[in-house]
Design a protein around this ligand. Sequence first.
Ligand code: NAI
Length: 736
Amino acid sequence: MSLSFEGRVVLVTGAGGGLGREYALAFAARGASVVVNDLGADTKGGGRSSAAADKVVEEIRAKGGKAVANYDSVEDAEKLIQTALDAFGRIDIVVNNAGILRDRSFARTSDLDWDLIQRVHLRGSFLVTRAAWNHMKKQNFGRIIMTASAAGIYGNFGQANYSAAKLGMLGLANTLAIEGQKYNIRCNTIAPVAGSRLTETVMPPDLVASLKPEYVAPLVLWLCHEQCQENGGLFEVGGGWIGKLRWERSRGRIVRQKNKPTTPEAVRDDWSRICDFTNSTTPANVQESLESIVTVLSRVESESEAGANPTAAAASVASGGINPSEAVGQKIPTTLFSYDHTKCIMYALGVGMSTKDSDHLRFLYEGHPDFSCLPTYGVILSQAAVMGGGLSSVPGLNIDFTKVLHGEQYLEIYKPLPTSGTLNNVATVVDVLDKGSGAVIVIDVKTYNGDELLCYGQFTVFVVGAGGFGGKRQSDKAKAPLPPPKRAPDAVVIDSTTADQAALYRLSGDWNPLHIDPSFAAMGGFKAPILHGLCTFGFAGRHVLKQFANNDPSRFKAIKVRFAKPVLPGQSLQTEMWKEGNRVYMECKVKETGAVALAGAYVDLHDTSDASPENPPQGEGLQSELVFAEIGRRVKDMGSELVKKVNAVFGWEITKDGKKAAQWTIDLKNGAGSVHRGPFTGKVDVTFTVSDENFMEVVTGKLNPQKAFFSGKLKVKGNIMLSQKLEVILKDHAKL
Ligand code: NAI
């Protein structure tokens, strides 16, 4: 279906020529009624003429389209919107396009050069958009375009005034996107490139001729169509190409240690890592941006003083070799790991799940009512800490990282893994062993969601040729592999891997070329690229989950394996299982050769009747109910007083195990106030979403509400400032 604008009223500012004219023609050609605004200035903002706008209106009408002209400056914004209302009765779409240039090197930029540019571009866009805003809000529809420029995004010599205004418009758009969201108002920003009178002085003539404005208009039309839900986006567009931009942030470095001053020297010494974009993240909103910063506060406080001491690290690299007394207890530098449902699904496919098995759908389809993340995905969450290269900065571990093999893996899950999130890992070297032919390094990784411990992984890695440093051979910290019982297995599952199993699995984050590149595999002495040990681990883990836990991730407690022999993609895996109480011993073989790939392996399950804190009994009342009942009593006692003080309606969504469990309304706006279960029929001023547990922690003062907000435990929609007023009703609940 082609995109129609029939019934829509569009204002394009500066539509007398260049890009604006093209937008006006394109909207009109698809049925829109268009206000063609242009004050007919010269490129520097001087002079006025109605001719430019009139000509475009005539062009539109000649083709049977609907258009009226407006000759006011964007600074007279109300008049522009009034023209739309007078002629067509409404305003749906605003394209802020009017623009002038007053290029000067910065030192020569006069007050006037600065002010005129800000007035037309930034202030003009603000005024025009504000004049349209309430109309859009009322009709629950609006589409707004801001026109930025590469000069603003990247800077450009001689355009300080223009760059500042253009990027100011992006900031404006970012916030309008948030404020307009619930009214179906979408605001996006474009940075176009097109031949026009503005660019003819800086571009060669043939480029001006070939970069046609008509190549830009289709993006503007799409962003302004009711079908398009894009919001807060920034796009570069020109010559028929369109690309989207976003912010990228390096992993960064913590330059502060507990109880020590933060110094500029620490910043200098970590500079290259602060600026290193390996494994970068792309925060998309203030909450995501602040999350990692707030996390740092608790991380630094929980760190031991011996952690990440740069002087010790420098000394060890200089001396070379392995020094267990220096290495043990060291923390591996911080890593954050962000993921969403697509990564959970990709992982599930990577470990061989298939839609052929209807039981697997809950791991493959985000719309499934029980959509879940496979428990063994926990290793992906934590491996970033071990594989991110941080190990090389640990003092006392001066080793050749090309000689490192993954020997064993343990994983324990404390909560069913969320299907998305930004988690942080704390990784510690807990032991270093001397096995003669090599060294064994045991690393514990704790993965947190905010302050909550989600899972614990233990990585045991073998460093070929690094032994003989005179260390101990055994560790009391290492989780030991356990042999299976000496009887026939209780269950056997045979499953095939595909030729592309490793190619698919690596997309979950293990990019070692050993698993994809034949020449790299040959260097390691393998005939062909081998399957990831952790891929086989994932297969075996889900075999047990299905066989003995009905594919219920909340029953999965822990898994341990030793990687014994490699598997080639395409071979079949045979998982043999022995159930003894809540432990399922297992051995995973390559069916074709009988070689044991995973040895000494087991999975621990939660008993179905297990009522430990990790596995709370289902079907019991929510703790928060008591609190709402108490608030209800209070509102009854002093409702009218509270209504006067607070004057707002609060909505609550209480979740349990990641699912919506209850909804409450605290109405302190109408009548004498009331508290009731369920949603509110009218307008709710602010809605909080929080788990039953976190709600209790906040209410009992154990969790600071601001911290809960920044760590994502407490989500707030609506007028966030009103949250402060909640104190009035929540305070003194510590007694409960
Ligand atoms: P243009 O000069 O052909 O179009 C701008 C129009 O705005 C003119 O018709 C002018 O009369 C009008 N105008 C100026 N001041 C006004 C005011 N106060 N009120 C109402 N109308 C006013 O230039 P072009 O290239 O079509 O530019 C359109 C927009 O795209 C501008 O905002 C410009 O900064 C931006 N842009 C253009 C690029 C390009 O490669 N052409 C590159 C980056 C940004």
